[in-house]
Ligand binder design. Structure first.
Ligand SMILES: NC(=O)c1ccc[n+]([C@@H]2O[C@H](COP(=O)([O-])OP(=O)(O)OC[C@H]3O[C@@H](n4cnc5c(N)ncnc54)[C@H](OP(=O)(O)O)[C@@H]3O)[C@@H](O)[C@H]2O)c1
Length: 270
C-alpha cells in the first residue's frame, strides 16, 4: 500500500486493522501515523508495529491521505474539531465509530472529506472480522475499494446501503456476544450433565468453532445440514426437538436482534 494512513485512536479495533494490514505483502509501516492519547499505548504500537505515533489527531490528519476514525463514539466530536481544518477533498475518512452516520460525520468533519462508513466487529482482531461498508455520496469507487482492501485483510466485507446499518450492528456488530452466550449455555448444560467444567468449556468451544469451520468449508445451508445430521430416532433429532419446541429459541433470537437494532437506531440520534 503506497497510501499514507493515519489512525485516529489506537485502541483494540485500530490495532486489529493495523495488524491485519501489516501482514499483507507490500505494506509499509513507515507510512502509518497513529494518533493516540495514551502514551503507554502509543509506545506499545511503535514498538510492536514500527509505526509513527503522535498525541495530536491534527498531526495524523496532516500526515495521511486516508484516516481511520477509531475512537469511541463519544470522542468523535472532539477528534473532528481537531482535524476538520485538514480535511480537504484529498482526504478519505474511513469511520468505524458505531452509530455515527455519514451525515453526522460530514457535519463534524466538513463536507469536503470523502467518507466511507464501516461497521466491523471484534472478530477482526482474530482476522475473522465481518465488516459492512457504505460510502457517503461523495465517496468514489476507489475509496470504497480501499476500505474493502483494508478491512478485507482482517476478515470478510460486504457493501450495504447505510440504512441497513442498524440491522448490521445487531447481527454482526453485537453478534459475537450473542454467539458467546450460546457457547456458555452449551458449556453450562454440559456441566449439568456431569462433565468437569474445563472439559465442558473445551467441548463447547471446539464444537462451536469446528461447526462454523465445517459450514464455511462445505458451504452447506444450515437447514440442510441440520436435516442431514438428524437421523430418525437419533440423539441429535431428540435434542433438536427440544431446541425448536414452540419456536421459542427462534423467537428469542429474533427479539435479541430487534432489541439491538432498535438501540442502534436510538444511539444514532444522540
Ligand atoms: N469493539 C467492538 O467490538 C467494535 C465493533 C464495531 C465498531 N467499533 C467501534 O470502533 C471504535 C473503536 O473501538 P475500540 O474498542 O477500539 O475503542 P478503544 O479501545 O477505547 O480505542 C480508542 C482509543 O482512542 C484513544 N483516543 C480517544 N480520544 C482520542 C483523541 N482525541 N486523540 C487520540 N486518541 C484518542 C483512546 O484513548 P483513551 O482510552 O485514553 O481515551 C483509546 O486508546 C469505536 O468507535 C467503536 O464504536 C467497535
Amino acid at each position: 500500500m503506497k497510501t499514507s494512513i493515519g489512525f485516529l485512536g489506537a485502541g483494540k479495533m485500530a490495532e486489529g486493522i493495523l495488524a491485519a494490514a501489516a501482514a499483507v505483502k507490500g505494506f509499509n509501516a513507515s507510512r502509518v501515523t497513529m494518533a493516540e492519547k495514551s502514551p503507554e499505548r502509543a509506545r506499545y504500537m511503535e514498538k510492536k508495529y514500527g509505526v509513527r505515533t503522535t498525541a495530536s489527531a491534527a498531526e495524523a490528519a496532516k500526515a495521511a491521505d486516508v484516516l481511520v476514525l477509531a475512537v469511541k463514539p463519544q470522542d468523535v466530536a472532539s477528534v473532528a474539531a481537531e482535524t476538520k481544518p485538514y480535511m480537504d477533498g484529498g482526504k478519505l475518512l474511513i469511520s468505524i465509530a458505531a452509530g455515527k452516520t455519514t451525515a453526522v460525520l460530514r457535519k463534524a468533519f466538513g463536507t469536503k472529506a470523502r467518507i466511507v462508513r464501516v461497521m466491523p466487529n471484534l472478530a477482526l482482531v482474530a482476522k475473522e472480522g465481518m465488516s459492512a461498508i457504505a460510502g457517503a455520496k461523495n465517496a468514489t469507487e476507489e475509496d470504497i475499494a480501499f476500505a474493502e482492501r483494508l478491512l478485507g485483510a482482517a476478515g470478510k466485507t460486504v457493501r450495504l446501503p447505510e440504512k441497513a446499518f442498524d440491522a448490521v450492528t445487531a447481527l454482526s456488530g453485537s453478534g459475537p456476544a450473542f454467539y458467546a452466550y450460546m457457547e456458555q449455555a452449551m458449556a453450562d448444560a454440559g456441566r449439568e450433565l456431569g462433565l468437569p467444567a474445563a472439559a465442558a468449556a473445551l467441548l463447547a468451544r471446539q464444537t462451536m468453532f469446528g461447526t462454523a469451520a465445517y459450514l464455511r468449508a462445505t458451504g452447506a445451508n444450515c437447514d440442510d445440514f441440520i436435516a442431514a445430521v438428524c437421523s430418525k430416532g437419533g440423539t441429535t433429532a431428540a435434542g433438536m426437538k427440544a431446541l425448536s419446541a414452540r419456536g421459542a429459541f427462534r423467537k428469542t433470537v429474533s427479539a435479541t436482534l430487534k432489541a439491538a437494532a432498535e438501540r442502534s437506531a436510538e444511539l444514532a440520534k444522540v
